[in-house]
Ligand binder design. Sequence first.
Ligand SMILES: [Zn+2]
Length: 704
Amino acid sequence: MLFKKTIAVCLLAAGIAAAQSGKSAGQKTKSASSAATQAAAQPAEAKPVARPKSFDPAAMDTSVNPCEDFYQYACGSWRKNNPIPSDQSRWGRFNELAEYNRQILHEILEKNSADDPKRSPVAQKVGDFYQSCMDEKTIDAKGSAPLKPELDRIAGISSKDQLIDDLSHLHAIGVNVLFNFGAQPDLHNASTIIANVGQGGLSLPDRDYYLKPDPKSQETRQKYLAHVTNMFKLLGDDDAAAGQEAQAVMDIETQLAEAAFERVKMRDPKNRDHKMPVDKLAELAPNFQFKKFFAGTGAPGFGEVNVVPPDFFQKANGAIDSAPLAAWKSYLRWHVLNGAASLLSKPFVEENFSFYSKYLNGTKEMLPRWKRCVQMTDFQLGEALGQPYVQQTFGTDGKARMLKLVDALESSLAADIQDLPWMTPETRKQAAVKLKAITNKIGYPDKWKDYGTVTIKRGDLVGNFRQVRGFEVRRTYNKIGKPLDKKEWGMSPPTVNAYYNPSNNDINFPAGILQPPFFDKDADDAVNFGGIGVVIGHELTHGFDDQGSKFDANGNLTNWWTDADRAEFDKRTGCVADEYSGFVAVDDVHLDGKLTLGENTADNGGLRIALMALRKAMAEDAAKKANAGKKDGFTPEQRFFLSFSQIWCQNATPESSRLLAKTDPHSPGQYRVNGTLQNSEDFAKAFGCKAGQKMVSANACRVW
Ligand SMILES: [Zn+2]
């Protein structure tokens, strides 16, 4: 999430920040706008945010029959009492905790932003980055001037050869135009990092936005065209020129969208597995002049590159020739501007907000400036800001308790694999080997990223942003040809999320999520196994979902399944895909069961093994057994299911529900709860639900 990856890491949930900006949902590149689409007119004082609660009976709506709609039963009062704040597009328990964390980061940054020569290097970097973002007066006075060197460079391009030079230059400073270029573990030798080029270059959240003929998609394209036109006008272009440039951008991006694979197709690792000699890529798509391009980026030399997918480059190759040079210059200009929109003066920030946040996500108001500046500092300098955050919040006992829970969940999954009714011994053995090899990372990195070469200055937001992006790009390029560093993290410590990485074969839990409502040191086992226990189970199950199951214990794309077991797996995941495709996200928009298959498989598996772990913990511990009676009127198992469900209490704007149904591999909260529980016999037993009721599926799906 922090850096570009073409191997999908499986998150627990869509990023909180990503949910606030339609832009980031579709772009792998971390543009400035994903962190800071929103700025407020006035520096609002921060209201104190209380630490969220774990399982809370007051959040329920007990007037609802739990066997008809458990989500509403568990979350009804919370949903009623927690409308979406006007500066958000979606509001749930994740957001509550993220706001709590943001408050801590805010205090750290306010303290470190004073111009004190005695500050440590880390404090100076995060403090002055934050100051440069908060200094709205300087930002407004500069207008778009900080982009002038890049825009002048583009204006000076007079041939397609020079166009390639500028492509290299833009990639090297972190503006990923036309496609993505980075580094990733070799799919067949995960211990080594190789170069990777992938499809990209779009500004709308998904390829379908450019191509679908329905009225909503047509409207979105008209709005996008008007937005791009407005942004060019803010740069000083006249109406006619701005309109022409916007059309050129739309034409080029539409060609790239046509060349790109659909999201669902990209889930299949075989469509991401095309290592070839650089010579072959150069032949495949000669107009890209890849040898010249790679050399121009400053990346170290390499002979082989993974191409994702070759079709994209083959098809897009024609566009380089057919689109006039002037159109390409407009396209580059747009990407430089769009990627930095939220770093510029107020008119740019507001125009950017009105399209990406308001129109695409249904957010009514901009976030207060301090919030977006905290978020941007976390996004850009996460392992610097993470250091004081961890010191302040994460005790050693947190890590020890978490390790115990991970052990418990791993034992449950091991037992689950042994008892799985549909798997033959041969595959079962391999699955156990893979599970045993899964490692975990908890809290924060053993070794922090060294930002020593990054210069951060007060009053220079765009300059600071370029410093960090350039640093991250060089770091990525320098990995090419080197061994994989398994200790590296893909998320900053304060992040409220978790992930499984198939190449590392590891599960990762940043300090930010190890708090209520997920993990509460004062709560009983039922609540914690329903919260963080299911999260751990979810991440472990990702190792065995539609994507993870194709990677072996060492993170290599290797088939360890018998044909019969794979066929049974496909049948069973097909059941899950059909189930979730039946759910409606908003209006006539259904969930895409194939897009969300990995996450739904992980939710179902995670719930099952967390309950197994809870039962085992209660059976083993006599003291706990003594506590196994009702609490708040609920049995331990009922509390387990309620705790799990309340993690997913949320409200969302219809706009964001529409956008996420198209782009987010996670189902919305309602279906993460009801879709999962209706497959669970244990749930039905715990609440006395009978066949024929909505929460009891007539066609219950089970993979793990
Ligand atoms: Zn997940």
